[in-house]
Structures are given as C-alpha cells and as structure tokens.
Design a binder for this molecule. Structure first.
Ligand code: NAD
Length: 428
C-alpha cells in the first residue's frame, strides 16, 4: 500500500513552487519531531490479556504546544498518524492558532469492546503516553471513534498520574468535566461557514444546492443538521455500512434518530444500526454515493476516499473536505482538470481545533464562555481565514488547497526563520 505520509508530502512540492522559502523550512516539514509507539495491555472482561498498538506523533512545535486528536480504528498505523499530525501542523497555522500539530491513535475496533474494556483501554493509552503530553506540551482531542466521554476518562487518568487537575491537557471533554460549550458541533459548524462563504463568493443560491454526505458521525451529522437548517438539500448520506438517497431530501435529525434506535443495548457509545436500514429511501453502495450528480459532495469519513480510480467519475461541482485527507494528490489533479473545486480539509474542518483552542484557553483561565460567544468567535476566525485563502487562490491562480497550504506554510516559515536560518548564521 502507498504511504499516506508520502502522498501528503507531495502537496508541499506544489506549494514551494509559489513561495520563496529557505531550505530550512522544507527540511523541517519533512520530519516529525517525535514519534512514540506503545503497546497497551488490556485485561478483557473474560480475563484474557490483549495487547493493542498505540501511537502519538508530534510533528512540529515551532509555533506552540502540539495539538491533535486520538483515533480508534482497526486501520490506525504509524504512517496514518504521522500524516494526520502533519495536516494538524498545517491546519493550526492556517487558522493562526498558537499550536503545532500532533495526532494519536490506537489500532482497535472499539465496537468489539465492552464499555468497561473501552474505559480501561483509554486510561491505558494515557498512561502509556503521559510523559509526552500536557497542557503546555501536547494536547489531544477526539477523532474518529473517540468522543467526549473518552476524553473525560483520559483527562481523569492524567489528573491521577500528575496528582493535580490539569483539564487543559485534553479538549473535547464533556461540558460537566470542563469542556467547552459549542465544541461538539464545532467541526460541522465551521465547515458550514466555509461552504457558505464559498457559495456567497460564487453567487450561488443555497436553496438550489443539493448535497451528498459520506460519513455521518460527530463531524458529518452536525454539518448535515446545520446545513439542512440553512436551506441546503441533503439528498444522500453514507456511513460505514451503506448509503441512502432521496431526491426530495433527507432530514438529518430523523436519520440520526433511526441510527440511534438501532444501537446495541450492550454499548451506549456506538450504534449498530446504519443509515441504510431506513425505509422509503433508495439504498446505495457506499462508493456509489461519491459519484452522485449533486452540487456539493461532503467527505466526512476517512482518508483516501477519492483516488486515481474514482476521481474521473465524480460529478459534484464542489467538494467539502470535513475528513482529513479524503482526496489523494493524484485525484486532486484529476478533479482540478474537471473544474471541481475542493474546499480543503486544513480549512474546512478547522472549526473543531479552533473551538478546542477556545476550550484550552477557558481551562487555563478557569473562566468559561457562553455558547453564543464560542460560536461567534468561531465564525469570525474561520470566515477571516477562508476569505484570505480565497483571495490567495484568485491572486496566485492556484487551487484552494495550495492557497490554504501557502497561508499555513508561510506562517510556520515565519516562526522557523525567526529562530535563525543558514542565511542568517552565515550572514549571506
Ligand atoms: P466519527 O467516528 O464520529 O464518525 C465517522 C463516520 O464515518 C461514521 O458515520 C462512520 O460510519 C463513517 N465511516 C467510516 N468508514 C466509512 C466508509 N468507508 N464509508 C462511509 N462512511 C464511513 O468521526 P468524526 O469525528 O466525525 O470524524 C470524521 C472525519 O472528520 C475524520 O477524518 C476526522 O479526522 C475528521 N475530523 C473530525 C473532527 C472532529 O472534531 N470530530 C475535526 C476535524 C476533522
């Protein structure tokens, strides 16, 4: 299989063509600063001992402590976590947050674990990485198949290890455990702001726009619900088990209710039900949804969903990347030639890390904001950065992805250069 990180790095080649940067920057962005691989022993409910592989990668901390989520998925690997930490580095800089990038993950299918096993695994993971995280060093958050409950367990484990309450070590916590109002919906809300800015800029009418969604979890569901309320017509929704399509439009809340009603009573955290169990709608294969003739295709599941094999079949006019890395670099070229605009992950899904930043600020200040303030500040930040990226794209005649990377990489470069470069030390 191709390396996701090698593919992620290819984006920089294009970016460096459009900005003059010292070699120090290129060199620094090639290598993660710290990669930790751990084995997490888990005592299963039936008494067996199982070992799970876990990772934490801190890619670059030149601009501040590193920040990035924790993923539980059977395909988690060091390569994937490294790529995700690289994207987080770019994303935090795109949003001008005082953070570098990191990511973590455990190679596990959490749906196979009981709630007690899941809690023990989450606490075990934190014990394994406790030496390299902290509110001033590296701050995890939720990602695929992790959630606020898990973040609460992890923050508690860290407090027990350090013998003091340090809620700023993890964001995305439950509200009653020092979480931030507005964090749960923040990724979807931020993505909708980016899409709305784009729609306005292109003088499109929201009511006329159809949307197909791949991924209906935390990020995807909140986006779908807010977009539905804003007047977009959600005609297709896919999750890991299949997809549904309704020409007249779907109601995200009802689809979610259905999913939840079918969950296994054994676990509260994950549902066994799938959107494709719903009646009255046409059922599709998950991959078919990607090729629907819609205005906007929203990718909110996993990386590498559009690649060289299916890019040519995509009919959507605009793609909104809520997932990290859902389009490969080769597919990017094909989509660009077809005139399909991609609103890139490092901007489109940055609402989550932005409100995570607000949560960290509130935890450190010990002073909590109301939801209206959180949402307003998110809108201000993401609108400002989106507008700047759209302008770079127009001025330099580059894709929105290259424009976003230019914005992020130039900010990271600013920090690296301030620490001294070859030219500075040799007085060139
Ligand atoms: P989640 O676990 O809540 O949901 C994941 C969703 O993807 C589920 O609906 C699942 O059924 C679906 N899915 C998985 N494999 C699929 C497949 N092969 N085809 C179709 N659907 C599939 O995760 P999430 O937090 O919503 O994250 C989704 C994506 O958004 C990830 O790429 C994540 O890195 C990115 N993201 C999330 C946040 C956040 O705050 N949650 C922030 C930034 C980026």
């Amino acid at each position: 299989m191709n390396s996701i990180f090698a593919d992620a790095q290819k984006r920089l080649v294009e970016v460096f063509k459009h900005t003059k940067l010292t070699d120090d920057v290129r060199e620094k962005l090639k290598h993660p600063k710290l990669s930790l691989c751990v084995s997490i022993p888990l005592r299963m409910d039936d008494g067996r001992l199982k070992i799970f592989s876990g990772y934490r990668v801190q890619f670059d901390d030149t601009r501040g402590p590193t920040k990035g989520g924790i993923r539980y998925h059977p395909n988690v690997s060091l390569d994937e976590v490294t790529s995700l930490s690289f994207w987080m580095t770019i994303k935090c800089a795109v949003m001008n947050l005082p953070f570098g990038g990191a990511k973590g993950g455990v190679c596990v299918n959490p749906k196979d674990l009981s709630k007690l096993e899941l809690e023990r695994l989450s606490r075990g993971y934190i014990r394994a990485i406790a030496d390299i995280i902290g509110p001033k060093r590296d701050i995890p958050a939720p990602d695929v198949y992790t959630n606020a409950t898990i973040m609460g367990w992890m923050a508690d484990e860290y407090a027990q290890i350090k013998r003091q309450q340090l809620p700023g070590v993890i964001t995305g916590k439950p509200i009653h455990l020092n979480g931030s109002l507005g964090r749960e919906a923040a990724t979807g809300r931020g993505a909708l702001h980016v899409l709305q800015q784009w729609v306005d800029r292109n003088k499109l009418q929201v009511e006329n726009l159809t949307v197909a969604m791949q991924g209906f979890g935390n990020a995807g569901f909140h986006f779908a619900q807010l977009a539905h309320e804003a007047g977009f017509k959600i005609v297709g929704i896919a999750d890991s088990k299949g997809a549904i399509y309704a020409k007249e439009g779907l109601e995200p809340q009802k689809v979610m209710q259905h999913k939840q009603e079918h969950k296994d009573v054994r676990t509260m955290l994950y549902c066994d039900g799938s959107v494709c169990d719903l009646q009255h709608y046409q059922k599709l294969e998950g991959k078919e949804l990607l090729e629907l003739d819609v205005d906007v295709l929203v990718l909110a599941a996993l990386e590498n969903q559009i690649d060289v094999h299916n890019a040519g079949n995509i009919k959507a006019k605009h793609i909104l990347e809520i997932a990290n890395g859902p389009v490969t670099s080769e597919a990017d070229e094909i989509l660009e030639k077809k005139g399909i605009h991609v609103l890139p992950d490092v901007l489109a899904n940055a609402g989550g890390v932005t409100v995570s930043y607000f949560e960290w600020v509130q935890n450190r200040a010990g002073y909590y904001w109301d939801e209206e303030k959180v949402n307003r500040r998110l809108e201000e930040c993401i609108t400002r950065e989106a507008q700047a990226i759209f302008s770079i794209s127009d001025e330099k005649k580059v894709s929105l992805r290259t424009a976003a990377y230019l914005q992020g990489v130039n900010r990271i470069a600013g920090a690296i250069i301030e620490q001294g470069t070859r030219e500075y030390f040799l007085n060139e």
